[in-house]
Design a protein around this ligand. Sequence first.
Ligand SMILES: Nc1nc2c(ncn2[C@@H]2O[C@H](COP(=O)(O)OP(=O)(O)O)[C@@H](O)[C@H]2O)c(=O)[nH]1
Ligand SMILES: [Mg+2]
Length: 224
Amino acid sequence: MGDIRLIEVKEEILADNIKVAAGVRERLQKAKTMLLNLMSSPGSGKTSLILRTVEGLKGSLRLGVIEADIDSTVDAEKVAARGIPAIQLRTGGFCHLDATMVTQGIDAMAVNEFDLVIIENVGNLVCPAEFDTGAHKNVMILSVPEGDDKPFKYPLMFSICDLLLVNKIDYLSLSDFDMAALRGRVLALNPRITILEVSCKTGAGIEGWIDWLKAEVAAFKGLK
Ligand SMILES: Nc1nc2c(ncn2[C@@H]2O[C@H](COP(=O)(O)OP(=O)(O)O)[C@@H](O)[C@H]2O)c(=O)[nH]1
Ligand SMILES: [Mg+2]
């Protein structure tokens, strides 16, 4: 038997990804297109939030969407049905998007024509936190049925995000979810994070999300 060579690929892949991500950010900065990476567990409400966002922006910002899925196009179809340009990236088994995959997405769209591009990342709270997509803002959703203990289990995800949306607040009365405890746990990991409570079903809190989005895009474009 020959010697076994063990290669630590993960670090190299991550280092390479950091460079590509920086390139994506710079390219979109020049195009004045803000890229927002939306992450959560499967079923927390990413697609529902994007559909609410289309409605809430009412054409005030030019919005494009990049959908990532392991092997389906259902979310991109829902977005495209609202008249919003949508690109579907099929990751073919990968549990996250990296900056090279995002580059393929933005190559396929005329980025100069958008003020804001939202990426719906693959649903999970682990891998997407490790890979910089090149986005200018990272946003995550935690939904009430997932429980208020998730900052203990997925600290990296909560640490890298600019905004946490706590979705499905319409379930609060049916649940033992402790919002104050959640806020304390999240802020202990990431004191600069903004936390907003929303329901994509009832529309509660969505106005606050739209206001945050508009203010961030304006700041990004240097208008504020
Ligand atoms: N009750 C309730 N259901 C929601 C809410 N947001 C999303 N859902 C439902 O949760 C399920 C998963 O939502 P989806 O947007 O597909 O999640 P994704 O997998 O993160 O994209 C769907 O059946 C949605 O209708 C909410 O605020 N309240
Ligand atoms: Mg979805």
